[in-house]
Design a protein around this ligand. Structure first.
Ligand SMILES: [Zn+2]
Length: 188
């Protein structure tokens, strides 16, 4: 692995790479073919756990492969959010802003969503209390599942290194299985 490139990627991930060097990376006429693997290596070095990072999906969250099998969403603090095919937000702590007063705490300049129709949902990690996501949605609208990547296609077709646990079962939204189980608990 190119040490110099690894250091640049590390600085890039930390937001400390000078802007001119960021532009150099973007404008490289021939992109470094190992750049994704270098990026994963840098990410893996930054976390205290050993599960293999398959993809970073937000500032704190990763999809990882567990040694004993399974692909789960995991926070950099180590908190796990279950199978990545189920919206991780369903396993997070949720705070909802519904009133004008609650919305004014986070919106300034008097421009805010109309609380008659909309609410702001904030999702937090139960392990480290980091804010993991925010969405604005109509009251009663299902929790938004923002990212369900087709990891097998990414690794096989785009990166040329198929994952060892490839299966057509992975690329499926399973969120409804969890909400159906909750409904079952409420109405046995
Ligand atoms: Zn966390």
């Amino acid at each position: 692995m190119d040490r110099k490139m690894q250091e640049r990627i590390r600085l890039l991930v930390d937001g400390q790479l000078p802007e001119d060097q960021v532009k150099d990376l973007i404008r490289m006429p021939t992109k470094d073919p190992d750049r994704f693997w270098t990026y994963l290596h840098v990410l893996q070095e930054r976390v205290a756990w050993n599960d293999t990072i398959l993809l970073r999906i937000s500032e704190h969250l990763y999809i990882v492969r567990k040694e004993q099998g399974g692909r789960v969403v995991k926070c950099d603090c180590g908190q796990e959010f279950g199978d990545y095919r189920v919206n991780w937000k369903l396993h997070s702590m949720l705070a909802v802003r519904k009133t004008k007063e609650e919305l004014e705490e986070v919106y300034n300049a008097g421009i805010l969503p109309n609380p008659e129709h909309l609410e702001v949902r904030e999702f937090y990690c139960p392990g480290c209390y980091a804010q993991l996501g925010v969405e604005v949605a109509p009251h009663g609208y299902p929790i938004v599942f923002e990212l369900l990547p087709d990891l097998d296609s990414l690794y096989r077709d785009w990166l040329g290194r198929p994952l060892p646990d490839e299966s057509p079962d992975w690329y499926q939204d399973r969120s409804a299985t969890l909400t159906a189980a909750w409904a079952e608990e409420d109405n046995p």
